[in-house]
Design a protein around this ligand. Structure first.
Ligand SMILES: CCCCCCCC(=O)SCCNC(=O)CCNC(=O)[C@H](O)C(C)(C)COP(=O)(O)OP(=O)(O)OC[C@H]1O[C@@H](n2cnc3c(N)ncnc32)[C@H](O)[C@@H]1OP(=O)(O)O
Length: 198
């Protein structure tokens, strides 16, 4: 089924609201009865939405990042607009690199008050992979190495960056990092292999 702009906006708004619910449900401290009442409402919402469902989450078009890149840095590519489990990012393309800003909340906690290292890895995979996609190349991650240089805080703005380091035949090496107040907390280097496919 084609998605009209109105349906797309409605789906994106629904996913954004779901994220709010996920955070609220994770940190709520209300009374038992209220918690049970909220659970009943959410169960009913799940039933309502599930009446007609796709087998998979809506896929963004492969050429979306390349289109955003050619439109310039003021035209970011939104990531995970259709999936509340993904960390939503607005990825800006600038020259040969990509940047994004994120303030992670309590949903992404690993050690107390800090970003979970697995989420850092996911963020880096996205920053590197989408940058490669924005060059019009279809590639998958073959390896991803991370160095956790210092703790990455929650509730603080973080800068995410990536750039292409090397291209050799089907092999593309990209690098990225997470910065807090100008200091790198995480560095990543990934090898991506170009694949055929649609
Ligand atoms: C939301 C948006 C996110 C966007 C980014 C998301 C990216 C992802 O997460 S993709 C999902 C995770 N990745 C995967 O599932 C990939 C699974 N792996 C595979 O499909 C295959 O192993 C694949 C395609 C990587 C390589 O297989 P294949 O096409 O047969 O390549 P193959 O011929 O073995 O290797 C090609 C070259 O890459 C090298 N290579 C392959 N894998 C690796 C590796 N893990 N480490 C180092 N080198 C490797 C080989 O040595 C070879 O090098 P050379 O040409 O110099 O001899």
């Amino acid at each position: 089924m084609d998605i009209t702009p109105e349906r797309q906006q409605a789906a994106n708004d629904l996913v954004a609201a779901t994220r709010e619910v996920m955070l609220a449900a994770s940190v709520t401290d209300m009374d038992l009865d209220e918690m049970r009442a909220a659970e009943r409402v959410l169960t009913e919402v799940a039933r309502m939405l599930g009446k007609r469902a796709r087998p998979r989450v809506v896929r963004a078009p492969f050429d979306g990042p390349a289109t955003a890149r050619s439109a310039g840095p003021d035209h970011p590519w939104p990531l995970f607009a259709y999936n509340p489990l993904g960390i939503p990012l607005q990825i800006h393309f600038d020259g040969d690199g990509a940047t994004a800003r994120l303030t992670p909340d309590a949903l992404y906690e690993g050690p107390p008050d800090l970003l979970h290292g697995g989420f850092s890895a996911g963020l880096m995979d996205c920053m590197l992979g989408v940058l490669i996609q924005a060059q019009g190349r279809r590639a998958v991650t073959a390896s991803l190495d991370l160095s956790y240089l210092r703790p990455t805080p929650l509730d603080q703005p973080l800068d995410l960056r990536s750039r292409i380091a090397e291209i050799s035949g089907r092999k593309i090496t990209a690098e990225g990092w997470i910065e807090h107040e100008g200091r790198r907390t995480v560095e990543a280097r990934g090898l991506f292999i170009e694949i055929d496919g649609t």
